[in-house]
Ligand binder design. Structure first.
Ligand code: AG3
Length: 309
């Protein structure tokens, strides 16, 4: 029976290949699929990761490893800030980022701007443990709309802005632009930080470079950090942090320990050592992030032959 399963070609999900590289998930069911006003929304039951949310063919979150991405997106800037009261989240319809933000007891207000109500509805139905009721916390205001426009017109300011979006291609591209980072920096209080997910450093190095370059136009301090997210293409994932003041690397290990203890957080991925280790980039990657495509590990898609691509 297990032999039959492993040979059944119909029960695998895979994202489109990037740079001639692809990983796939054994699936047992497709539980939901719908074309919303903005994108294709799917939920699969998979053998390795439990249920997964897929938007326009790209894996966004899984039951088994969502904690890695969400902790690393939220906790690195929240701990670096030290006393965040007001937080804005752009995207993040599954609620996993929101949950980590609300776990921080200094936070008194969160505005979340999600484009697509279908994503929040479907996650509420199929992945309720990811948000774990966060959207009904009285500190939260959920707005359905365009996050870029929201920040451009925002009349209030935030300590931390988290961009929990789809990849820096297609409809989310505006969230990685210089103009977006300029309005984000205007919407931050002094000492404020922004973090965005910025794709796979091996499979999307161009996107990572552009994100960092655009952020440098609007923020005096920009740093790239990494986390291991097994369900995302290439497993190694990048985040780009912009700061108007605090440097996440200027903290001491003890200060990170103390903040975690004070806030009574016990994350599953993030630790004080991971906080610093995440910023340690292999030499070729840090050269790549600074803008030199000669350091890219894998050949770009356009250099692959038809057959290979
Ligand atoms: N974050 C999505 C990260 C992008 C994944 N990309 C990919 N699989 N190609 C948003 C969802 C998590 N809250």
């Amino acid at each position: 029976m297990s032999k039959k399963n492993s040979e059944d070609p119909g029960s695998w999900f895979a994202e489109p290949p990037l740079r001639g590289f692809q990983q796939r998930f054994r699936t047992t069911h497709r539980l939901w699929h719908q074309r919303s006003a903005y994108q294709t929304v799917e939920i699969y039951e998979t053998v390795p990761f439990g249920r997964i949310l897929v938007l326009d063919g790209a894996v966004q979150t899984t039951q088994r490893d969502e904690f890695i991405y969400h902790e690393m997106l939220a906790l690195v800037p929240l701990i670096s800030h030290g006393c965040p009261a007001s937080v804005a989240i752009v995207g993040g319809g599954d609620g996993g980022t929101l949950r980590r933000v609300l776990a921080c007891p200094t936070v008194t207000r969160v505005v979340q701007v999600e484009l697509d109500p279908v994503v929040t509805d479907v996650c509420r139905q199929y992945l309720p443990e990811i948000a774990a009721g966060s959207f009904s916390d009285p500190r939260v205001q959920l707005i359905f709309g365009d996050g870029a426009q929201f920040l451009q017109q925002a009349e209030e300011a935030f300590d931390v802005i988290l961009v929990d979006s789809t990849d820096p291609v297609g409809p989310a591209l505006v969230l990685f632009s210089e103009a977006f980072y300029r309005s984000a920096s205007r919407a931050l209080r002094p000492g404020g930080l922004i973090v965005t997910q910025s794709g796979s450093p091996f499979l999307m190095p161009e996107e990572l470079r552009r994100t960092a370059a655009n952020m440098r136009q609007a923020f005096p301090l920009v740093r790239t950090y990494l986390a291991l997210v097994p369900s995302y293409p290439g497993v190694v994932w990048s985040f780009t942090l912009g700061s108007t003041g605090p440097d996440p690397l200027a903290l001491s290990l003890e200060a990170v320990e103390e903040r975690l203890a004070q806030w009574r957080l016990s994350p599953r991925y993030y630790t004080p050592a991971v906080h610093f280790a995440a910023f340690a980039l292999p030499a070729f990657l840090s050269q790549g992030c600074r803008g030199d495509s000669r350091y890219d590990l894998l050949p770009a898609d356009e250099t692959l032959s038809e057959q290979q691509a």
